[in-house]
Design a protein around this ligand. Structure first.
Ligand code: 8YV
Length: 328
């Protein structure tokens, strides 16, 4: 099919240069209101387009896919994570799924480090003290946090983002440990001086900071449950810039309230934009609104990846960022 006749529906507002390029290339329907679509609206979109461009806020499940038209051939996710899409159902209906890996790695790793510093060093407490006019001068014992340098970092999920976190962590003098489905290549492990733990339980009990950098899949849902949170050291911190579902949020709130762990830095939640109501009341947490990849550069690069995936597909080739159920 000629590109210009390819009907592309984009579910959310994308950066202006991305929308402009899409409009030049395809018969595109944009969402200038940026209001997230309902299930009915998504199903309607899926029934009318050749290519659907969803984001993390759109649940493309069996119900939506069942109502898709025969014309829907490609779901080109704007995002690295695809846990909002029932990839298995899509692929079994002959629909190709793509994502945008690689281009948001460095920004997400930066935000992970920002949280790893912010929680133990009480960055937000300090900002609030200034805002509230509570800074009455330096004292030897005020605003004491915990040192980062020399501590042990345990990374759960040593993919692109996990490795980017490890590179940064080395510069901060952290010792890198990781748990992954399998060890990384020896040359990568050597460069990062990273220690592999086959047993997540054993790693958790020895780390000072734990960072979640694995995708949300059925295998990682509630990977950090109440039992595992209890394995962590009482003075350890937990950081999550991946997906909320990897941590049992209620168990996390209880663990922090009970003093089982020292605090947490979270960018993602189990039921976004909702979060456990007591999370906001805890003093030793830093909470961000899912902004790990929120730079203009990342979002434009993600848009460009979406465009390349669509163009390649429409031209009859295999798109570069195809996602297969076996990869999840
Ligand atoms: C994206 C993310 O911006 O790419 C991901 O997986 O978590 C985010 O940073 C979001 O998913 C857009 O769909």
């Amino acid at each position: 099919m000629p590109r210009k006749q390819t009907k592309v529906i984009v579910t959310r507002k994308l950066p202006a240069p991305v929308e402009k390029r899409m409009a030049e290339l395809f018969d595109v329907e944009l969402n200038s209101s940026d209001v997230a679509m309902t299930t009915d609206q998504l199903a309607d979109a899926a029934s009318r387009c050749d290519v659907l461009v969803p984001t993390v806020t759109d649940k493309i499940d069996g119900r939506v896919l069942a109502r898709a038209g025969d014309n829907l051939r490609l779901i080109a996710q704007f995002g690295a994570g695809v846990d909002n899409i029932d990839v298995q159902s899509a692929v079994s209906r002959g629909i190709t799924v793509t994502n945008t890996p690689g281009v948001l790695t460095e920004d997400t790793a930066d935000m992970t480090l920002a949280l790893m510093l912010a929680v133990p060093r009480r960055l937000v407490d300090g900002v609030k003290a200034i805002e509230d006019g509570r800074f009455s001068g330096w004292t030897p014992t005020w605003m004491l946090g915990r040192r980062i340098h020399g501590k042990r970092l345990g990374i759960i999920g040593m993919g692109r983002i996990g490795q980017a976190v490890a590179r940064r962590a080395r510069a901060f003098g952290l010792q890198v440990h990781y748990h992954n489905r399998k060890p990384v290549l020896p040359q990568i492990a050597e460069k990062l001086e990273a220690t592999y733990w086959e047993s997540l339980d054993q790693m958790l009990s020895r780390m000072d900071i734990v960072s979640v950098n694995c995708p949300h899949t059925p295998a990682t849902y509630h990977l950090l449950n109440s039992r595992r949170l209890k394995l962590m050291k009482r003075d350890a911190y937990l950081v999550n810039t991946s997906r909320g579902e990897v941590i049992d949020e209620t168990a996390l709130v209880r663990a922090i309230e009970a003093g089982d762990i020292a605090g947490a830095g979270l960018d993602v939640y189990e039921r976004e934009p909702e979060m456990h109501p007591r999370l906001r009341e805890l003093p030793n947490v830093v909470l961000l609104p899912h902004m790990g990849s929120a730079t203009l550069e990342s979002r434009i690069d993600m848009g460009e990846k979406v465009i390349i995936n669509i163009k390649t597909f429409v031209d009859g080739h295999r798109p570069p960022d195809r996602v297969l159920p076996a990869m999840l």
